[in-house]
Write a protein that binds this ligand. Structure first.
Ligand code: HDD
Length: 717
């Protein structure tokens, strides 16, 4: 007899494995279904493969083992070549008012109509397992399952892009991702190849300003804007076209972290953004954005200072105001990450009647690229048969067969025209309802060239910079210094500074100083005169557009045995009323015994919950608790980081000994005394400002906005 068998463990089987009526074959006991092979054959032993004798050779006839390992070996599909790391959720788009005067798009036809949506957020450069808080552009891809087909707005959280021509996309991405000889750095542009490429590509300058700004380190995917980037067209039933740029405006306002915080968050919780999104949706605090349209006509396009087909330029909101036309709400997490988030196939070419492209060369190139990538990743031409990619409206065509064909038409007609007549003849084209390309007149020579008006690479970079608050400008300066500090080749660092000189002289000088560059290089030769008359646009700043309140944010309360129970209750209820949450961080995960003798469970053990996880902190120990915390290095880090990251710090008097021991000066306005339950409201009101920026030490004095780019220095020999 072979050796004793290990006990059989039977897992619940997904619905797809059940019999026709949803009933299971047999049950292993209770309601637990019997484990089967993919072919449905019941399995008796899933612990031991088939062999001759307990110590003998394995047998090839073990079909269950073969199938199980075969399937496992093929579980991975290629990750996206860019935007590999992502997180997605379901929701809906709700139309505020009919827009039939502007577009015949069905989604905008009826007030209050809800269209199912699926949104995937991503970073660009990192691999699938990279951390969430990499300094990077965030993808913001929206699939709208409209009644007239799927419409994908495949955008980013930055309204411009690095390059103007799609032929440079492989170069850009090669340069940004890990260097090919060493395979690092991952999910980071702070390396020579990236800065070499972008410094040789001056059209990147505007986007670099955004990428080095706090936009590239959002606090939450919920608190960032989204942009369609390109100029598109909306076309109404009469065939009249209007240019449009798409914007997603977060209802919870914009918010970012600081770089030092991002670095620490990546260690504390590499899944910070996905966990945040998951938790918000699961708690019913549904993330929401409004769709904004910037609508303009040919006349505006002709008079605008830049070419509206140039994806390295934006149109300031002050020049073309944003009209809010609906809201996007994410209210359901996925059932299965692979089936939905990994297999979703966004494609810029997915547009619907009433929407059309423009000649933006980058957009045209993207329209070509996205179909290719789906074929590679999803393995065949039938990826639209996957539930996440399939339209939710009726569809009918004569495309057939191919790998994994799920929707197979019945009947004889698989071509047209045919003479089978009626329903037997299958679908027919509809000149009335079908998509009609806007009939733009085009003429010209075949050539490889860029429009002259694309050549101003610095004016809007400068406009972006002067639109930032001094705090934000300081962050941009530090980000350039950090990234270039990782660049080993001096010539590359100097080349970047030579471009910054065309953006803002003080910025270039500050970055150069931080890099120890004693003599500024000559400014790069601009291809077009740099405009210094573009006024600041407050819409470009995060801090000039503060969130409406502290809703959706989180306070971490450092508590110990003896913590004031009444204060804790008051704080929790004020935060709840604000739409925010309170999480308790205690010396041990077992929790605390509060001042009223009740045991309260902790959300986190102090060692596992640095203050970077929270938007603000409350230091609420008892006197004895403060003495205990003073002995704990994690408490010191908790507090020191909260101070360094300019967070509001509510505190009881007993926390004073802890502050003194740790050496934290508490006299700035970011420390809010909590003398009792009555002070809870005041603390939360202060938190609405999100950060106490005055604490940031070496801010440069606010500069007049009229400061122009530094004159080109004499060329060095
Ligand atoms: Fe792209 C993915 C956004 C330029 C080629 N892109 C991808 C995703 C987003 C963007 C959000 C991830 C979609 C998802 O979540 O699955 N891409 C942009 C934006 C661009 C841009 C806003 C400039 C305005 N992309 C761009 C160019 C090309 C591509 C110029 C090629 C010529 N992008 C791709 C791709 C990807 C992709 C290789 C990789 C995975 C995928 O498509 O599905 O085809």
């Amino acid at each position: 007899m072979p050796g004793k068998k290990t006990p059989r463990s039977v897992q619940s089987s997904p619905q797809g494995f059940r019999g026709k009526g949803g009933e299971t074959h047999q049950t292993a006991g209770g309601d637990v279904p019997v484990l089967t092979t993919q072919q449905g054959s019941p399995v008796s032993d899933d612990q031991n493969s088939l062999r001759i004798g307990a110590r003998g050779p394995a047998l090839l006839e073990d079909a269950h083992f073969r199938e199980k390992i075969f399937h496992f070996d093929h579980e991975r599909i290629p990750e996206r070549v860019v935007h590999a790391r992502g997180f997605a959720a379901h929701g809906f788009f709700e139309t505020y008012e009919p827009l039939t005067d502007i577009t015949r798009a069905d989604i905008f036809a009826r007030k209050g109509e809800r269209t199912p949506a699926f949104v995937r957020f991503s970073t660009v450069a990192g691999n699938k397992g990279s951390p969430d808080l990499a300094r990077d552009v965030r993808g913001f891809a929206v699939k709208l399952y409209t009644q007239e087909g799927n419409w994908d707005i495949v955008g980013n959280n930055i309204p411009v892009f690095f390059i103007q021509d799609p032929i440079k996309f492989p170069d850009l991405i090669h340069a940004a991702k890990e260097e090919p000889d060493r395979g690092f750095p991952q999910a980071a542009t702070a390396h020579d190849n990236f800065w070499d490429f972008v410094s040789l590509t001056p059209e990147s300058t505007h986007m670099l300003m955004w990428a080095m700004s706090d936009r590239a380190i959002p606090r939450s995917l919920r608190f960032m804007e989204g942009f369609g980037v390109h100029t598109f067209r909306l076309v109404n039933a009469e065939g009249r076209a209007t240019f449009v740029k798409f914007h997603w405006k977060p209802k919870g306002g914009m918010q970012s972290v600081v770089w030092n915080e991002a670095v620490k968050l990546n260690g504390a919780d590499a899944d910070f953004h996905r966990r945040d999104m998951w938790a918000a949706i699961q708690s019913g605090d549904f993330p929401e954005w409004e769709l904004g349209l910037q609508l303009f006509d040919e006349e505006f396009a002709k008079t605008f200072a830049f070419d509206v087909l140039d994806p390295t330029k934006l149109i300031p909101e002050e020049q073309v105001p944003i009209r809010r036309v609906g809201r996007l709400v994410l209210d359901r997490v996925v059932d299965n990450f692979f089936a939905e988030t990994e297999q979703v196939a966004f494609m810029t070419q997915n547009i619907v009647p009433g929407v059309d492209f423009t000649n933006d060369p980058l957009l045209q190139g993207r329209n070509f690229s996205y179909l290719d990538t789906q074929l590679k990743r999803l393995g065949g031409p039938n990826f639209v048969h996957l539930p996440i990619n399939a339209p939710k409206c009726p569809f009918a065509h004569f495309q057939q067969d191919g790998h994994m064909a799920f929707h197979n038409p019945k009947g004889r007609a698989n071509y047209e025209p045919n003479s089978w007549g009626g329903a037997a003849g299958g679908p027919r084209e509809s000149p009335k309802h079908g998509f009609v390309t806007h009939p733009v007149e085009e003429s010209g020579a075949k050539l490889r060239a860029r429009p002259e008006r694309f050549a101003d690479h610095y004016s809007q970079a400068r406009q972006f910079y002067i639109s930032q608050t001094p705090v934000e400008q300081g962050h941009i300066r530090d980000a350039f210094a950090f990234e270039l500090g990782k660049v080993e080749t001096l010539a590359i660092r100097l080349r970047v500074v030579s471009h910054l000189l065309n953006v803002d002289g003080a910025l270039a000088a500050a970055v150069a100083e931080k890099l120890g560059i004693a003599k500024l290089p000559a400014a790069a030769e601009p291809a077009r005169p740099i405009r210094t008359d573009l006024p600041p646009s407050s819409a470009l700043s995060i801090l000039l557009n503060p969130p409406p309140n502290f809703g959706g944010r989180k306070v971490g309360a450092l508590v110990t045995d003896g913590t004031d129970a009444a204060l804790l209750t008051a704080l929790r209820s004020v935060l709840e009323a604000e739409g925010a949450t309170l999480e308790l961080v205690a010396p041990s995960i077992a929790g605390i015994v509060a001042s009223d003798g009740n045991t309260i469970a902790a959300h986190h053990a102090l060692v596992a919950a640095p203050s970077v996880l929270f938007d603000a902190v409350a230091i609420l120990p008892s006197t004895d608790g403060a003495a205990l915390l003073a002995t704990m290095p994690a408490a010191r880090d908790f507090l020191a980081d909260a101070v360094a990251h300019c967070k509001f710090i509510g505190h009881v008097e007993a926390a004073g000994t802890l502050f003194a021991k740790i050496g934290v000066p508490t006299d700035d306005g970011g420390f809010v005394p909590l003398r009792g339950a009555a002070d809870a409201t005041g603390f939360v009101v202060r938190c609405r400002a999100m950060r106490f920026w005055d604490r940031e030490a070496d801010l440069p004095p606010p500069r007049p906005t009229s400061a122009g780019p530094t004159k080109p220095h004499k060329k060095q020999a």
